[in-house]
Ligand binder design. Structure first.
Ligand code: SIN
Ligand code: MN
Length: 205
């Protein structure tokens, strides 16, 4: 594990560059393959009924879901009707190191970005307690992450998130708008077929 670095000048946002070494990344991907085997990736629909370009699944007590009829929300089951699998131990270990004061996370969103996938600017605001941080782990191809403030339409900063990077959004950054403009498909050798995985850990209740 490497030290902390702070190229992002956003209060409450901390980027741990290269937090996971290659071995740790491979171990995590193996654990995520098991998650996806029991809770397959799916393409949620936005509130407008458009399928998102990012495919998703979740681990933990709650998983994130969206469809045209009810919009964005947490669900206790995968759309196939099965419980979400437990959050893998190596993922929980990252949370314990970077957010030692926080309560344990009960949702781990697994985002998969294939070639051309992106995620528009949004806030994470479906949780009950915004004093608890959001921890995000990047694996595979580099992603151009953009972060602004709590108001929509304000100035933003961009940073490339690389495989093994961990980003903590706490304090003022907890409700910052953020998104992923694009990925550099094929820039990492971690995933055989290319693409980017992002894990987002949160306390929901
Ligand atoms: C998200 O906000 O859900 C994902 C962010 C990322 O992919 O880095
Ligand atoms: Mn988000």
């Amino acid at each position: 594990m490497n030290g902390k670095s702070a190229p992002l000048d956003v209060g409450g946002a901390t980027l741990w560059s290269g937090f996971l070494d290659r071995d740790a990344q491979e171990t995590m991907v193996a654990a995520l393959r098991e998650v996806v085997a029991s809770a397959p990736l799916f393409s949620p629909e936005t509130r407008l009924g458009k399928p998102m370009s990012v495919r998703m699944t979740s681990a933990g007590r709650y998983g994130w879901y969206s469809d045209r009829s009810h919009g964005y929300r947490y669900e206790t089951r995968h759309p196939a009707g099965v419980d979400w699998p437990p959050i893998p131990r190596p993922v929980l270990d990252v949370w314990a190191t970077v957010a030692p004061e926080a309560r344990l996370p009960d949702a781990c969103l697994v985002n998969f970005y294939g070639e051309g996938a992106r995620m528009g600017l949004h806030q994470d605001r479906d949780e009950a307690d915004f004093t608890q941080p959001v921890v995000s782990i990047s694996l595979g191809d580099e992603g151009l992450f953009r972060i602004g403030g709590t108001e929509r339409g304000g100035p933003t900063q961009s940073v490339w998130l690389r495989s093994g990077d961990v980003l903590v959004l706490g304090g003022a950054a907890r409700l910052a708008h953020h998104g992923v403009d694009r990925i550099k498909f094929g820039s990492s050798t971690l995933l055989r077929e290319g693409g980017r995985i992002n894990l987002t850990l949160r306390v929901v209740d």
